[in-house]
Design a protein around this ligand. Sequence first.
Ligand SMILES: NC(=O)c1ccc[n+]([C@@H]2O[C@H](COP(=O)([O-])OP(=O)(O)OC[C@H]3O[C@@H](n4cnc5c(N)ncnc54)[C@H](O)[C@@H]3O)[C@@H](O)[C@H]2O)c1
Ligand SMILES: [Zn+2]
Length: 376
Amino acid sequence: MNAITSAPAIRTVHVPLGERAYDILIGPGLIARAGAEIASRLKGRKAAVVTDENVAPLYLKALVASLDEAGIASAEVVLPAGEKTKSFEHLITVCDKVLEARVERNDYVIALGGGVIGDLSGFAAGIVRRGVRFVQVPTSLLSQVDSSVGGKTGINSRHGKNLIGVFHQPDLVLADTDVLNSLSEREFRAGYAEVAKYGLIDKPDFFAWLEANWKAVFNGGSARIEAIAASCQAKADVVVADERENGPRALLNLGHTFGHALEAATAYDSSRLVHGEGVSIGMVLAHEFSARMNLASPDEARRVERHLKEVGLPTRMSDIPGELPPAETLMDAIAQDKKVKSGKLTFILTRGIGQSFVADDVPASEVISFLREKHP
Ligand SMILES: NC(=O)c1ccc[n+]([C@@H]2O[C@H](COP(=O)([O-])OP(=O)(O)OC[C@H]3O[C@@H](n4cnc5c(N)ncnc54)[C@H](O)[C@@H]3O)[C@@H](O)[C@H]2O)c1
Ligand SMILES: [Zn+2]
């Protein structure tokens, strides 16, 4: 390890995927050091930096300057912010820019932004010239703890979210924890739902640590870095065990079946619900549903709800502003979700905090009665 990466405040999580192995660096000041970190690890000296209109005025200049200083020439692509950017139209724009900038296979696409920019530019990096290198500089909490790790990339189709894409692992992830200070509190909280998720999946001690330390995580500093590093480690472990989601990687979908149905029910209107908020409500529902199926004590669900509520996340369907469609419509959305096999539903259920498992034979009739109870 070189002198730069061993700076005390920086945490490194290694993702050991053989020839696709990479490091995730987590800590303050990483945008300013991005050029040096990239130049010391990757051969190429050309980059296309992709970002969005919110992030560009805040961090693009600093990133480009740092690349410049390290002798890396960069082209810039600034796209509109928001989920709609994960489209064919913007994919074409990014691919064209990458080719225009003469980014060769050893050069790289750099994603500077949240999960939208990461998913879209990772997809472009995966298909231009049959794959160029890819560096993630995630700037939202959600992207630092979730979407920048694991190599799932893609765009949305009119048939649903994330339906078109490739697996393309990044070569390096630089999670600069300072940039989270400009994230809205609501977006920070939404990302926090995914942090809590790792505890709920299989790390009960981490969940208990979050219950005790969440304020420090929100305030920044070393507790925040710890929580992000623990989350990246948790995700990396799952990805290494099952890179292409043939089995246990599905655990990362805890809370997401209900959450996605609620996102669809609100037409992806971020003024009503953002992804992490849907996941928060979805995780409470998954624990309550598990209790209803006599798999877990209802106390576990209450404890999950208490914590998520305390940090300010929505935990009930009634917390979503505006009218929700009836239980039957939510059920249709669940049935259309890709986790359905021959009539039976695949759900991530739990025996308690940190004891989740993949259940692939959940009767639809149980789900619909549960939804009717929760949303009469
Ligand atoms: N690939 C995966 O494994 C994976 C996993 C989870 C989620 N995702 C995807 O990630 C996307 C959601 O990611 P997201 O929540 O980061 O959304 P996002 O990229 O839309 O970012 C959220 C908002 O915050 C703004 N923003 C980002 N960083 C900022 C900063 N530092 N300061 C101020 N504003 C900032 C963005 O401009 C945007 O308006 C979804 O499309 C989802 O499907 C992918
Ligand atoms: Zn998620």
